[in-house]
Design a protein around this ligand. Structure first.
Ligand code: RAM
Length: 907
């Protein structure tokens, strides 16, 4: 007899059926689905995993790689593969079945798979290839550059031909570039990724991608081609370091390709095609394609059929340059989702602001590019410029882009309908200026394409206040626009760097909105690759442009990010992998600051960046983060069984707390500087002795009252502000900040049309207009870190650090402000949690569903358990509900999986 449960959503290393992974041993997870909508408290009591080297073997139930047998365990995520050792290219087919609490066994899940990548450098037989000539070979007189950016390069096209003698059974393409690439096989673009191989420190590590190209190849003549762009490798990234525009060639001078195509024939033989000196190259229509400059594409110079085996023009291309692999450069499989186009957007409006100059409003500040449709005479030059804002006269506001040009130019070939999309650039924009269009453009002329690291969305949030709903949307758009291989600060101006301070304050929010487990697995390697020999984490990862070690609240991302990933996904491997690096960072701080106040090595020392006339003393802020690092390290050490370290860091944390209190706090709970952020960090980071906490919290509230109920925090304080207020018993004040529409507040930007989170509270104000354009992005996620509070406190869906990854869930919703209802969902690694409350008269209704194989503590606002019903019964008597505790103003119940309908009646 099988049960009504079934394991579903099988994943390996967080991904569905990944190809070419190099995590050894890989980790597996699944979720448990039930066909019963009424059954509660479903638990997995055991599992059995089968891993087979062939699909047919799996169907027959043979686990030749691994048959775990029946393992008594409730674990359904982060399960470490424990079978035969896995070699390069090994395909692994797997399935799992589970037993419930009554020891009834489920059916086996549908089959899933993963495949290992190239695990050893020796597996690579390919060589780096490219072209030396980087300016177009043709006369470019009519391609008048509007760019002043130096060093723009034409994109090389490379190709080879291969005769395949037999029927192809299986083909895998392993490929990467110094730069960015697009591969074409027999006229088709391989995969749907953009900006591969992604951004890493190319001096140390380059990621490769693996593709199944079996169906693209055939017996006989085949053509394999690639187009290269400069990307992060040698294109423009970051701001002008030397004032002369030299913010390019950070890693090398020209792009290069590394490609290896491994073919297995049906007769068991095999063949490998690699990038080498047999390839040929030419320059084509891409005059340049650069992240900051944009793309210029001259369709008259298209290389007709260059990627088809029948093409004859490609035969007279030039030989390529060849370089050997450097053993010191690590080739790693990309662990996270690639950048993909995830949405297309039709413009909302178009207006002709002066003859021939059209402005499109996309209705949303977005990141990506547009597809252009055009018909006209050869040589017609159509120009698109991308901006976030308009000037009062309706023209485009470009000054906040600094040296970034965000301009795409298309030169027509004059052959009927032409369609253009740039290859290796992206823009941050809401408005598009179109110049030179032959004829009258319409809304259909351009289509916005939204591109970002394709991290799966995991949350919805809706409440009775439309402004708050817009805030949540803006936070998500900020995340989409800035998660492009690394978490960047902004997507439009000449910066777009992996700023650590921004990432650490936003990571928790990010984990709610999307499944960023694999994304941060990747980025933490960038952070550690960027660690200096003295232990200093950087300000930006990968470390370019800003070469100094991390400032307080910036460098600390190296500890805060893994800790957050652990809490949200139950990932201990990220802690183990980076444990030594984290220790080195803490040692570096401690050695430089024996008095346990972060006085030395604060480097760029940004403080509470972009606060509103509220400078938090920098040493104090640093010391708070130093203490927080020690606190988190003690928890991290405990989580991975390093008890002696846990005790050591706990002592360090206490000592820093004492030093902090002695140096900056008086007996009435005043904290030096008196800023909101000062109070917030002291409370969040648990640096104060018990008796001073309520006093400091009271001072924090006074500080907010002095500002007429407004916040003044910058990047650093903003994320913890509402959580701290709520934890200290002032949720009413937190809700007041949420509801504010006057300056400064989240509502203020929304009232003035924001569709993303602005870099600054005063990015634009009614009395001053635009802030200083030298630093005024309208798409920066940091101030959107309030999203964590919306999910964890307002919707009440919280992780339990003691049983991380939502195996046990803390459901503690807070009602307040003008909200009459909230409905939220969050897809955790264990499955979907939904949490919804509404107020009907004097009754609070709370409906919650938690997935199979999880438990939760539900903490509802009531003074006695008798006030709470579940369904028709007093909650304590309902099936699957147990009363665990009565706090002063909350009653706590423990529940198992299922759907529950609670009611809390007023006394
Ligand atoms: C700005 C960046 C970033 C911030 C640093 C300190 O240039 O945009 O958001 O972290 O400065």
């Amino acid at each position: 007899m099988t049960t009504n449960i079934l394991p579903v959503l099988l994943r390996c290393e967080y991904l569905i059926n990944p190809l070419g992974i190099d995590a050894t041993p890989p980790r597996l997870s699944w979720q448990i689905e039930t066909t019963s909508s009424t059954q509660r408290a479903i638990k997995q009591s055991a599992y059995q995993i089968l891993v087979s080297s062939t699909e047919s073997g799996l169907v027959e139930g043979k686990g030749d790689l691994w048959d775990s047998g029946k393992i008594l365990s409730s674990q359904s995520s982060q399960l470490v593969y424990d079978g035969a050792s896995l070699t390069s290219g090994q395909p692994c087919w797997w399935k799992v079945r589970v037993w419930d609490a009554q020891d009834e066994v489920s059916d086996f899940s549908a089959p899933a798979r993963w495949e290992m990548g190239l695990l050893a450098q020796a597996d690579w037989q390919a060589q780096w290839i490219g072209l030396q000539a980087t300016t177009p070979a043709y006369e470019a007189a009519d391609v008048q550059p509007i760019q002043e950016l130096p060093g723009l390069q034409a994109s090389p096209y490379l190709h080879t031909s291969a005769t395949l003698e037999r029927t192809v059974q299986k083909a895998r393409l392993y490929v990467t570039a110094k730069g960015v690439y697009e591969v074409h096989i027999n006229g088709q673009r391989v995969g749907d990724a953009y900006f591969a191989p992604g951004w890493t420190d190319y001096h140390k590590r380059i990621q490769y991608q693996s593709y199944d190209v079996t169906t693209l190849l055939h017996q006989g003549e085949n053509r394999i081609g690639a187009i290269l762009g400069t990307g992060w490798y040698c294109g423009h990234v970051g701001f002008w370091i030397d004032g002369k525009g030299n913010n390019y060639k950070h890693y090398g001078t020209e792009p290069r390709l590394l490609l290896q195509l491994q073919i297995e024939y049906s007769d068991g033989s095999s063949q490998t095609i690699v990038s080498d000196d047999s390839w040929r190259g030419a320059l084509g229509p891409i005059v340049f394609s650069d992240f900051l400059a944009g793309e210029t594409y001259d369709a008259r110079h298209e290389l007709i059929d260059w990627d088809l085996p029948t093409s004859i023009t490609a035969s007279d291309w030039q030989p390529v340059l060849v370089e050997e692999l450097d053993p010191a450069l690590q080739l790693s499989a990309q662990p996270d989702q690639p950048v993909r186009v995830t949405e297309s957007i039709t413009p909302q409006s178009i207006s002709e602001i002066s003859p021939g100059i059209f402005i499109y409003d996309m209705g949303q500040n977005m990141v990506g590019w547009v597809r252009l449709q055009v018909e006209g005479p050869a040589g017609t030059r159509v120009q698109l410029r991308f901006v976030e804002m308009l000037n009062p006269d309706g023209t485009i506001y470009t000054t906040n882009l600094r040296s970034s040009r965000q301009t795409d130019t298309y030169i027509l070939k004059g052959q009927g309908q032409e369609v253009f999309e740039p290859h290796f650039t992206f823009h941050g924009f809401r408005y598009v200026e179109l110049i030179g269009y032959p004829g009258k453009p319409t809304l259909e002329t351009i289509t916005g394409l939204v591109a970002h690291s394709d991290t799966p969305p995991t949350a919805t949030f809706e409440c009775s206040n439309p402004m708050v709903n817009q805030l949540q949307k803006n936070i998500v758009w900020g995340q989409r626009g800035n998660f492009i291989s690394v978490p960047t600060d902004c997507p439009q101006r000449d910066e777009r760097l992996g700023w650590m301070g921004d990432a650490q304050i936003f990571v928790h929010t990010a984990c709610y909105n999307m499944d960023v487990s694999a994304f941060f697995t990747k980025w933490m390697r960038d952070v550690v690759d960027a660690q200096a020999a003295d232990g200093g984490f950087p300000d930006v990862a990968p470390r370019i442009v800003v070469s100094t070690n991390g400032a307080p609240a910036w460098g600390d991302a190296g500890i805060i990010v893994p800790w957050t990933i652990y809490q949200m996904y139950g990932d201990t491997r990220i802690l183990v992998e980076h444990y030594e690096a984290m220790k080195r960072w803490l040692d570096y701080l401690q050695e430089a600051n024996p008095e346990l106040l972060w006085k030395n090595k604060r480097n760029n020392d940004y403080g509470d960046w972009l606060s509103i006339a509220a400078d938090t003393p920098k040493e104090l802020l640093g010391t708070a983060y130093f203490g927080y690092d020690a606190l988190l390290m003690s928890r991290i050490a405990r989580a991975i069984g390093r008890e002696a370290d846990a005790a050591k860091y706990q002592r360090l944390f206490s000592a820093i707390g004492e030093a902090f209190t002695k140096a900056y706090v008086d007996e009435e709970g005043h904290i030096s500087g008196g800023t909101q952020t000062g109070y917030v960090v002291a409370l969040q980071m648990q640096l104060l002795p018990e008796h001073l906490r309520p006093l400091a919290a009271r001072q924090l509230v006074r500080e907010i009252e002095k500002k007429d109920g407004h916040l003044s925090t910058g990047f650093v304080g903003v994320g913890y502000l509402c959580p701290v207020l709520t934890n200290c018993g002032y949720s009413d004040v937190a809700f007041q900040l949420l509801n504010n529409e006057t300056f400064p507040s989240w509502g203020y930007s929304i009232k003035h049309g924001a569709t993303t989170i602005w870099e600054r509270w005063d990015g634009w104000t009614t009395d001053k207009g635009f802030q200083n354009p030298a630093m005024n992005s309208f798409n920066h996620y940091s101030l959107g870190s309030v999203g964590q509070w919306l999910f964890q406190y307002v919707a009440g869906i919280g992780a339990d650090p003691e049983q991380p990854g939502y195996q046990h869930i803390q459901l503690r919703p807070y009602m307040g402000g003008d909200l009459s209802y909230v409905r939220a969902e969050f897809a955790s690694i264990h499955g979907k949690i939904s949490s919804a409350w509404r107020i009907e008269g004097d009754t609070l209704i709370y409906e919650v569903t938690i997935p199979a194989n999880t438990t939760a503590t539900v903490a509802l606002p009531a003074s006695a358990s008798e006030q709470v019903l579940e369904g028709e019964l007093p909650a304590a008597q309902a099936e699957g509900v147990a009363l665990v505790q009565e706090e002063e103003d909350r009653v706590l119940f423990e529940i198992g999986s299922g759907t529950y309908h609670f009611q809390v009646r007023a006394n």
